[in-house]
Design a binder for this molecule. Structure first.
Ligand code: NI
Length: 136
């Protein structure tokens, strides 16, 4: 088994707010991410795919194809978008990086499987220091 990775960067706005709580609790729990008029992050997405090397290509999966899959299914839908308002697969969810990583996984896993490879990890960094990893 060998692992390949593709990095994508995107910018998106969001607001973390739990409607079940009062404003004071939301501010206490979510801090700056509770700002009523949203705010942005420069996200760093690292997608790891694993599989065996195809002797015909020398690849686990063509990274150019992985790039196209990520662009069409993820990046075009979230880059320069408001995660709370604009992104169909985040509708009704708290737009935490955890939930976004799981949503990205759920979209990518079947597509990558159809290319005879296996999604291994979705790593999403909301800042340089706050990083989420999801392994399905
Ligand atoms: Ni935030």
């Amino acid at each position: 088994m060998i692992y390949i990775q593709r990095r994508e960067k995107f910018c998106a706005a969001h607001k973390l707010w739990n409607e079940k709580w009062d404003a004071e609790t939301n501010v206490k729990i979510f801090g700056k991410c509770s700002n009523p008029n949203y705010h942005g992050h420069n996200f760093d997405l690292l997608v790891t795919v694993k599989g065996e090397i195809d002797p015909e290509t020398g690849f686990v999966m063509n990274l150019f194809e992985l790039k196209k899959i990520l662009k069409a299914n993820i990046i075009d839908k979230i880059d320069h978008k408001n995660l709370n308002l604009d992104v169909d697969f985040m509708a009704g969810k708290l737009t935490s990086s955890e939930n976004l990583a799981v949503a990205i996984w759920d979209i990518l896993a079947p597509i990558i499987k159809s290319k005879n490879a296996i999604l291994h990890c979705v790593r999403l960094a909301e800042t340089d220091n706050n990083i989420i990893e999801y392994y399905g």
